[in-house]
Design a protein around this ligand. Structure first.
Ligand code: NCD
Ligand code: ZN
Length: 344
């Protein structure tokens, strides 16, 4: 097979930032995807519908001319999110979900939720209004080893949330472990998950073996090979609970190549190509369309896209950098060859 045509995909977990970085990265996502769930972890975080609408307007203004890309906005949950915000989101045309960051879990999460039980009234309202809850599933306390943080979150927190709010629609974001795959597989149809390209392509050797590679550092951190294999199996299984969410998370190159580098991999430049490599290796290219273009839309109760996109078997080299003005971003697989190419 040297050409694949699929229904235009959507990215169900994406960071585009604002200002200059937004203007550098947004074209990459807009050329491949019809829609994307936009993460709200700006500084300051996007915590109200009106702030989300302002942010959406900034994204629309940064789009290449003629683009029909539709940013689907989310609100950042804090300890102080007012209960009325849930109904406002339910009634909003452009805001689709709340994002739960345990305080301190990742980039720009200091204003996140510090006490889970404190937001239970909000979760109850989300369940009632059928507003999805998107979860960064990691515990944050220093006592927990960074490689165990997802698994412990499932045991301590997620299982409790799912039991207490059975009708709440939950997306466990960027799965990284075999345990999380099992949890989501066994949960009700109200629980789904996104999977990133980096967690399908790499195990933790890619961060640490033969030298430290900061461009492979993201959160939740990439785990051992058996976890990668479980994720690949889930993504290529045709199970509609697992769908595409790149977690493309641009940081300036100097903030990654740093004594204390930021977490986040930039993958929007070649998102679909990176997934295609994984699916091809598994002899599962026939499962790519469901994962990339159907299951996420179905979970969010949105229509599937009408257009189609095409990938061709045509080797190309990923640039070392993407630059615009004084912004410099190093993409995933910088300088390396990819075998599939997205056709304009
Ligand atoms: C994300 C970012 O940079 O905003 N970083 C990451 O490593 N994935 C935040 C997140 O999704 O955890
Ligand atoms: Zn993210």
């Amino acid at each position: 097979m040297d050409k694949i045509t699929l229904t235009q995909p959507d990215d169900w977990h994406l960071h585009v930032r604002n200002g200059k970085i937004l203007r550098l990265v947004i074209g990459h996502t807009a050329r491949q995807f019809g829609r994307a769930i936009i993460m709200p972890n700006l500084r300051p975080p996007v915590t109200s519908v009106s702030a989300a609408l302002d942010y959406r307007a900034e994204i629309l203004a940064a789009l290449p001319e003629g683009s029909e890309f539709n940013p689907l906005m989310t609100l950042y949950l804090t300890d102080n999110t007012p209960i009325g915000a849930v109904q406002k989101v339910a009634e909003s045309q452009h805001v689709y979900a709340f994002k739960l960051y345990p305080a301190g879990a990742t980039t720009n999460s200091d204003s996140g939720v510090s006490h889970l039980d404190g937001i239970f009234p909000l979760l109850e309202a989300m369940e009632k209004h059928q507003v999805p809850l998107l979860i960064h599933g990691e515990v944050t306390a220093d006592q927990y080893d960074i490689f165990d943080r997802e698994k412990i979150f499932l045991e301590q927190n997620l299982s409790r949330i799912v039991r207490r709010f059975p009708a709440l629609r939950i997306v466990v974001e960027h799965l990284t472990t075999e345990e999380a795959v099992q949890f989501v597989t066994e949960a009700s149809a109200n629980v789904a998950a996104t999977i990133t390209p980096q967690h399908l392509l790499f195990n933790r050797n890619a961060i640490l073996a033969g030298g430290i590679r900061p461009h492979h550092y993201c959160l939740p951190i990439i785990k051992r090979e058996h976890h990668r294999l479980a994720l690949v199996k889930a993504a290529t299984s045709g199970n509609p609970k697992f769908f595409l969410g790149t977690d493309s998370a641009p940081h300036p190159t100097h903030s990654k190549e740093n004594a204390c580098g930021c977490a986040g991999c930039y993958s929007a430049h070649a998102a679909l190509e990176l997934y295609a490599e994984v699916f091809e290796k598994e002899n599962s290219l026939d499962k790519l369309e469901g994962f990339a273009s159907f299951y996420g839309a179905d979970f969010y109760r949105l229509p599937r896209n009408q257009k189609t996109v095409t990938l061709e078997k045509q080797p190309w080299q990923v640039p070392e950098h993407y630059r615009q003005g004084d912004v410099d971003i190093t993409p995933l697989k910088a300088g390396e060859q990819l075998s599939w190419k997205f056709m304009e």
